[in-house]
Design a binder for this molecule. Structure first.
Ligand code: NAP
Length: 265
């Protein structure tokens, strides 16, 4: 049994994770933390009584509940401190919260090595999104003109999404940086941002609307043709098999591992 603490246990993802951990063989829910208290994490998640309260002090909960793994779905501005606190307690973080900078990831990598405590980060735990990233990297070798459109619910804080950022980074590994679109287009941009964010010449557009969970399109353009790869998350359940897999595997990893594809056979 792997002992799990869920951080952000009262959030949209946190509640789904609490439900999934309670139902998963091989995982035991031993702790729950959020910015607000609740009497029982299972009841708050709509999964029946779990006998685990939702507490507000992460360090104290790590000391008392002695988890081996902390699953974090909190906020972009809180996740870095949460991960460092977990590592200093020799608890392995499994991080779904997006918004970590490259510099913060590097600090996490060093802390995981220093504390000899493996850590895992996935910008997207849905298998379809992982395949979208893999296929995008393949396609960009042959069709290097590409734009990314990511579409999320309107409660999302960070932009671009972690998935869009990781997709762009992976494409950049196989695509030579170059300007896309008309060479003079910047001078003619009537409304600032109309062409989206620019990552090594690739344009990334972030849509925020009620009704979406998480979707992404990667559009490749070539002579006389376009190719569109699209993934839609219709329910947060899509993330749970990946989160459960990471919670079970993280203790067997070394240092920091990024991306669900690293855990797939
Ligand atoms: P959410 O509903 O706002 O849940 C976050 C929860 O954490 C809330 O209950 C929030 O309380 C609480 N919280 C805030 N600061 C905290 C802290 N310092 N310590 C503990 N808990 C804290 O957000 P969500 O939709 O579940 O998403 C959470 C994160 O996961 C986002 O970054 C999102 O982009 C990411 N995400 C990742 C994946 C993936 O596959 N990797 C999938 C979906 C979502 P308040 O509401 O009071 O602030």
């Amino acid at each position: 049994m792997t002992r799990v603490l869920v951080n952000g246990a009262l959030g949209r993802m946190g509640k789904s994770v609490v439900q999934a951990v309670l139902a998963e063989d091989g995982l035991a829910l031993v702790g729950a933390v959020d910015i607000h208290e609740a009497e029982d994490a299972g009841l708050a998640a709509g999964a029946g009584k779990a006998g685990v309260p939702v507490e507000t002090d992460l360090a104290a909960a790590l000391d008392e509940r002695k988890p081996e793994v902390m699953i974090d779905f909190t906020r972009p501005d809180a996740v870095y401190d949460n991960v460092m606190t977990a590592l200093s307690h020799k608890v392995s973080p499994v991080v779904g919260t997006t918004g970590l900078s490259a510099a913060q990831r590097e600090e996490i990598r060093k802390a995981a090595e220093r504390e000899q405590t493996p850590a895992f980060i996935a910008p997207n735990f849905a298998i379809g999104a992982v395949l979208l990233m893999m296929l995008s990297e393949q396609a960009a070798k042959y069709m290097p003109d590409v734009e990314i459109i990511e579409l999320h619910h309107d409660h999302k804080l960070d932009a671009p999404s972690g998935t869009a950022a990781q997709t762009a980074e992976r494409i950049a590994k196989v695509r030579k940086a170059h300007h896309q679109g008309h060479p003079d287009e910047q001078e003619k941009e009537g409304w600032e941002g109309a062409r989206g964010a620019d990552y090594e010449g690739m344009h990334v557009h972030s849509v925020r609307l009620p009704g979406f969970v998480a979707s992404q399109e990667v559009i490749f353009g070539g002579l006389g043709q376009t190719l569109t790869l699209r993934h839609d998350t219709t329910s947060r359940e899509s993330f749970m098999p990946g989160v459960m897999l990471a919670a079970k595997k993280v203790r067997g990893l070394k240092g920091l591992t990024v991306g669900l594809d690293q855990l797939l056979d």
